[in-house]
Write a protein of this length. Structure first.
Length: 336
């Protein structure tokens, strides 16, 4: 079965086609980053309008390139949340309109389940059960995964998400939006001069807190002449603190759950220092580690097409309900 996947939860319009046996057929992404960077962050109303402009042409292009017509498509998967309501509604309404016109089922996909399952698109996918660390612009979660839709939340951020912390810290350092990749680029030139704390690692539990690192950044910055080298040194201290904190918590979660596989996904998992730090930790713990390819760490249509395909195969679909949820706890998902 060919499944068309649509992603419009934030600032990227993603379209992909996944086939239940042949795997990923095609995927296209249009990023709105240039439009939002002028404002230093995502402007929700502009995001919705741009999804309206880009989504249908991107669907046409994706199907044309794959040599497929509407008759070939077995179902349509769309991101139904969590995300920006207006942006979500564009994908949800488009998916349901196509489903109605083509007489095919539509399936609402949880955006974080999409991120979580993204490593399944790689050559050597993990088998269940595994531990998942989801680190993105809006979420930081440790999840015990027994199967698709069988999620137990072990810990999450009590304040800023990991990606949000990267973006806010980058902003303080005068870097543009989104700051994550820019901050990590700057950190390459940094020297290990500052030591930032590893928040919440000195007490038990698997929750995270990243907002305190902003204060450290601010204070460190004010104590220097704010030269390029000072900023690079601070960027390095921040990135090292996040990478080590994530590794400490994942190690604790692996030991606690006795799981021997770790999946790391979401935009921040594109960060090479974080990937390396987690890989070294997993090696020591004798656990296998899995990441999506960098382009599938951030938002994309492929992960939505994949997740939707698994649920459609299990006969799940949304009927004629157009589902869009700004907030949607991952534990509420039905098992497959
Ligand atoms: P969510 O998935 O929680 O709804 P989102 O979809 O906005 O949020 P993603 O697209 O998964 O988030 O990831 C974007 C985030 O990843 C941004 O905060 C960005 O700064 C961060 N990011 C991307 N690349 C890197 C990198 N190399 N290093 C650090 N952070 C990065
Ligand atoms: Mg984005
Ligand atoms: Fe995302």
């Amino acid at each position: 079965m060919y499944v068309l996947g649509l992603e419009t939860s934030c600032d990227e319009t993603g379209v992909a086609i996944y086939h239940s046996e042949k795997g990923l057929i095609n995927h296209l992404l249009y990023s709105q980053i240039d439009m939002h960077s002028e404002y230093g962050g995502v402007v929700p109303e502009l995001a919705s309008r741009d999804h309206i402009r880009k989504l249908v042409p991107l669907i046409k292009q994706c199907m044309n390139e794959a040599g497929l017509t509407s008759r070939d498509i077995g179902g349509i998967a769309y991101t139904a949340g969590p995300g920006l309501m207006g942006a979500l509604l564009v994908g949800a309404a488009t998916a349901n309109s196509l489903a109605w016109a083509w007489r095919k089922p539509a399936i609402a996909v949880h955006h974080m389940e999409g991120h979580l399952l993204a490593p399944m698109l790689e050559n050597n996918p993990p088998s269940f059960p595994f531990l998942a660390l989801l680190i993105s612009g809006g979420h930081t979660m440790l999840v015990e995964v027994k199967g698709i839709g069988r999620y137990h939340l072990l810990g999450e951020s009590l304040d800023d998400a990991a990606g949000e912390a990267f973006d806010k810290t980058a902003k303080m350092l005068g870097l543009g939006y989104p700051g994550g990749p820019k901050l990590s680029e700057l950190a390459k030139r940094g020297t290990p001069r500052f030591k930032f704390p590893r928040p919440m690692t000195d007490r038990p539990g698997l929750d995270f807190s990243f907002s305190g690192l902003k204060t450290y950044t601010m204070n460190a910055l004010h104590d220097t002449a704010q030269s390029d080298q000072d900023k690079a040194d601070i960027a390095l201290a921040f990135q090292t603190a996040v990478a080590e904190t994530l590794s400490i918590k994942c190690k604790r979660a692996l030991q606690q759950t006795r799981l021997d596989k770790l999946v790391v996904a979401g935009g921040v998992s594109a960060n090479s220092v974080i990937r390396q730090s987690l890989t070294e930790m997993a090696d020591k713990e004798q656990a296998l580690i899995y990441f999506p390819r960098p382009e599938f760490c951030t938002d994309n249509g492929a992960m939505i097409a994949y997740a939707g395909c698994q649920r459609l195969i299990a006969d799940q679909h949304q009927g004629s309900v157009i589902l869009a949820r700004a907030r949607w706890p991952i534990e509420e998902l039905p098992p497959v």
